[in-house]
Design a protein around this ligand. Structure first.
Ligand SMILES: Nc1ncnc2c1ncn2[C@@H]1O[C@H](COP(=O)(O)OP(=O)(O)O)[C@@H](O)[C@H]1O
Ligand SMILES: [Mg+2]
Length: 483
């Protein structure tokens, strides 16, 4: 059989150019995901300056057919691609039907397999995210980083490697980015060159474009863990010990206000999810996040997500607005994904006014640091409160701080479970209930041998738990020399 290029060369150029210009004009308005320029000018039989899809060893011929098919498809349904009235399912159906028609009209001598591949790849560009799609579909990939069209990196098992994919051009990359952001009603351009977005599966996306991103449009995608770690996983990893997990469960049942503290990527959200899973089924939970990440299994749950301002600078709904609103929603529990601003004041006030059992996370490196971070965040509410009043507010609101850290050996561990006891003079007093045993040293591979161990101190809240009828093992706070 002759090669595809030869078979195509024997073909008459299709009248794609005409359709293309109409299509691309329309496409530009709806943020076309397709490279438009080459198709408008280049005759079908000229060498395309940029093939539509990366050349995975495929012939230019197939690339050209693909490009024509994509452009023709755009001409037919371009304006409907971002039509909010179409469900994702209807859209897929429409694209499938139209694409089959377009490929028929091409009359290209394709084998069944080529045809199928053509359809899949054009669909990935039009509906999906082009070269990114297969990385997104790969469950082993946890993070995708695109530094301009030619450099795509992925994280697998905590290791970063360069992925064998690239975009055909900066423009192609830009169109994929636009596809992501327009789908959630946002815009990316000179006037708003940085956007946070979320894919339908919950993956978080940050995009920043030139001239801010000097090396080309840059995308960072943190993939959504479809199956987040459970308490048993965290025990297995050595992040928690089972006695500690039992204690934390009792604390959640006993409606203590708990703050998970840690640096970026230390596992705060994951632990918050695990702690939230301890909330009894009958309670009404309201979660408030910047981008929904928590995956609670309870039924009686309301999930709220903040909203950035739109392109006219309007319509912003902050975490703070949502915290305030949630108080009117008869919550039993308020779970705030992370406090990073003025909402801290509202959350502390809520904790102090009967909304016990609230949970949140804060970016800090130690329990003491978490307290000062909370102070700073309260100041961001702009209420001009005296420092002492803020500290009192914190001391009476927060019962427990769970500190996470990513150790030198790469493991994520709870390094302290700390009770907020009260105030002494001007200072918030803290007392560790569990502390990581760094003295145990490391094994030959550098892995820490220690575990978080009870300090032997019986926390004040243990009485409160007892009053509520929550039983703790008699030796819950005794150091039993676990290993
Ligand atoms: N205890 C843990 N052990 C190993 N990996 C973890 C642990 N907790 C979280 N991770 C992984 O670390 C990454 C960051 O977790 P995340 O909870 O989002 O951190 P943070 O909220 O602190 O930024 C995720 O990929 C998550 O699956
Ligand atoms: Mg987080």
């Amino acid at each position: 059989m002759s090669s595809l290029s030869e078979r195509l060369a024997a073909q008459k150029p299709q009248p794609a150019t005409q359709v293309a210009s109409a299509g691309t004009r329309r496409a530009a308005r709806v943020a076309s995901p397709l490279p438009a320029e080459p198709a408008t000018e280049a005759p079908a039989d000229a060498e395309p300056t940029e093939p539509l899809v990366q050349a995975d060893g495929e012939s230019d011929g197939l690339a050209r057919v693909k490009q024509r098919a994509a452009v023709a498809l755009y001409a037919r349904i371009g304006t409907r691609l971002n039509d909010p009235n179409l469900s994702e399912e209807q859209l897929h159906q429409l694209v499938r039907d139209e694409l089959h028609r377009v490929v028929e009209a091409e009359q290209a001598p394709l084998t069944g397999e080529e045809r199928q591949r053509l359809i899949t790849e054009v669909r990935a560009d039009v509906l999906g995210l082009g070269p990114l799609q297969k990385l997104l579909d790969d469950v082993a990939v946890t993070e995708i980083m695109v530094n301009g069209p030619d450099y795509v990196y992925v994280e697998r098992d905590g290791k970063i490697t360069r992925a064998p994919v690239r975009f055909t051009s900066e423009q192609h990359l830009r169109q994929i980015i636009e596809r992501i952001v327009t789908r959630i009603g946002r815009r990316i351009d000179e006037s708003s060159p940085m956007v946070d977005a979320r894919l339908e599966d919950g993956s978080r996306v940050n995009a920043i474009i030139p001239p801010l991103a000097f090396t080309g449009s840059t995308l960072t995608i943190r993939k959504f863990a479809k199956d987040p770690f459970k308490v048993a996983d965290l025990i297995r990893f050595g992040t928690l010990t089972s006695p500690m997990a039992r204690l934390l469960e009792a604390c959640v049942h006993g409606k203590l206000n708990i703050i998970v503290s840690g640096g970026t990527g230390t596992g705060k959200t994951t632990l918050l999810n695990v702690l939230s899973s301890f909330i009894p089924d009958r309670e009404r939970i309201i979660t408030i996040e910047d981008a929904v990440e928590l995956q609670l299994q309870q039924d009686h749950i309301v999930r709220l997500e903040s909203r950035p301002q739109n392109s006219e600078g309007k319509g912003e709904i902050t975490i703070r607005d949502l915290v305030r609103n949630s108080l009117r929603m008869r919550p039993d529990r308020i779970v705030v994904g992370e406090v990073r601003g003025g909402e801290t004041l509202d959350m502390l006030q809520a904790m102090n006014t009967g909304h016990d059992g609230s949970l949140s996370t804060v970016h800090a490196n130690s329990p003491r640091d978490a307290i000062s971070r909370l102070e700073t965040l309260v100041l961001m509410a702009g209420m001009d409160l005296p420092l002492r009043a803020i500290r009192e507010q914190i001391a009476s609101a927060v019962d427990l701080i769970v500190q996470l850290d990513r150790l030198r050996d790469g493991t994520r561990r709870v390094v302290a479970v700390t009770e907020v006891v009260g105030m002494e003079g001007q200072v918030v007093t803290l007392q560790d209930v569990f502390a990581f045993d760094f003295a145990a040293g490391t094994d030959e591979s550098g892995r820490f041998l220690g575990v978080p161990r009870p300090t032997g101190v019986r926390p004040k809240f243990s009485e409160r738990l007892q009053d509520l009828g929550i039983r703790l093992p008699a030796d819950a706070f005794e150091d039993r020399a676990l290993r």
